[in-house]
Design a protein around this ligand. Structure first.
Ligand code: PLP
Length: 330
């Protein structure tokens, strides 16, 4: 007899976190390990962000905050979205969560349930299907073109959409491919979402790492379609993966629904990390450009060295810090 609820067996554990734990164990045992499983910047969190957190603690800012985040943080996110992404939203259309992952999870929980289908493009970030599985809905996979920055195979997409399809998850720049979709591809995805009245999740957690063209947010490309949800995070942009600070912008009623769920699970995001996030979003942005320059140099090196290997073909990823090479049989 199964002791645990069904939802536990519906979901796979995080493979990347398991590998990271293994790397930690090996390191503790004295083995020299390079952990390439979990996607995180190796830079320290910039000093002014750390200082804001230290100040928050010294000031006794160590209590619960409002469930969807501090009003100052939601206002800071609105300022950032307008400044960097040309997205105009009110703070009431924003929820701050414990990481971008938590925002995606909360949104899936608020929107999907058994009987629903959600489109995910392959190759995908390992957590996307699991968020969907957790809700009882079914992930439906659609292929992409590796020679075209892993943009969707739109003909296949049309055939996979049916009466049960409720959402579509877009992630550009992508984990794990580094692919950055063109404006045209995003416009086409929006048109399809509109036609079928789908929730369009735009996971933009690598927005600061688009190398070859300026990053454009999906919601800025079409500000009229109210079902576009923007997910961003401090994790990769400000080297803050452990702080757990991310957010979503979308319709106010969805923010309220997600806040209700969040209020009964984590109560609120961590108070100190919220102060740090305000410093990150409103403070000096040159740190972001410096880290991006370093990642671009690494992209050039790894793509060149991979292509020098027999049997490996590696396209330039347009963003993030991943490569997705083709391995040819020799
Ligand atoms: N989305 C993608 C595509 C990711 O790769 C990650 C982290 O690896 C996240 C979201 C979540 O990041 P966080 O929860 O640290 O904000």
């Amino acid at each position: 007899m199964n002791t645990f609820a069904d939802r536990v067996s519906r979901v796979k554990g995080s493979a990347t976190l398991a590998r990271t734990a293994k790397a930690g164990e090996l390191r503790a045992a004295g083995v020299d390990v390079i952990n390439m499983s979990v996607g995180e910047p190796d830079f320290p969190t910039p000093a002014h962000i750390v200082e804001a957190a230290v100040q928050a603690m010294a000031d006794g800012f160590t209590r619960y905050t409002p469930g969807p985040g501090l009003p100052e943080l939601r206002a800071a996110i609105a300022t950032k979205l307008e400044r960097d992404n040309q997205i105009k939203v009110a703070p009431s259309q924003i929820i701050a969560c414990n990481g971008g992952k938590h925002a995606l999870f909360n949104a899936c929980m608020a929107l999907f349930e058994a009987g629903d289908e959600v489109i995910i493009f392959t190759p995908y970030w390992v957590s996307f299907p699991e968020f969907v599985n957790f809700t009882g809905a079914t992930p439906v996979f659609v292929g992409t073109d590796p020679d075209q920055q892993f943009e969707p195979l739109f003909d296949e997409l049309e055939t996979k959409i049916g009466p049960r399809t409720k959402g579509l998850i877009l992630n550009s720049p992508s984990n794990p491919t580094g692919g950055v979709w063109s404006r045209e591809a995003i416009e086409q995805a929006i048109a399809i979402a509109r036609k079928h009245n789908l929730w369009l999740f735009s996971d933009e957690c690598y927005e600061a790492l688009a190398y070859d063209s300026p990053f454009e947010s999906t919601a800025a490309i079409d500000s009229d379609y109210a079902r576009i949800l923007t997910f961003q995070s401090c994790s990769k942009t400000y080297a803050m993966t452990g702080w757990r600070s991310g957010y979503m912008a979308g319709p106010e009623d969805l923010v309220k629904a997600m806040s209700k769920l969040q209020g009964q699970s984590t109560s609120c995001p961590n108070s100190i990390a919220q102060k740090a996030a305000i410093a990150a979003l409103l403070g000096d942005q040159t740190v972001v450009a410096e880290m991006k320059r370093a990642f671009m140099g690494r992209r050039e090196l790894i793509v060149r060295r991979l292509n020098a290997l027999e049997g490996i073909e590696c396209r330039n990823p347009g963003g993030a810090f991943y490569v997705f090479p083709k391995v040819k049989p020799i």
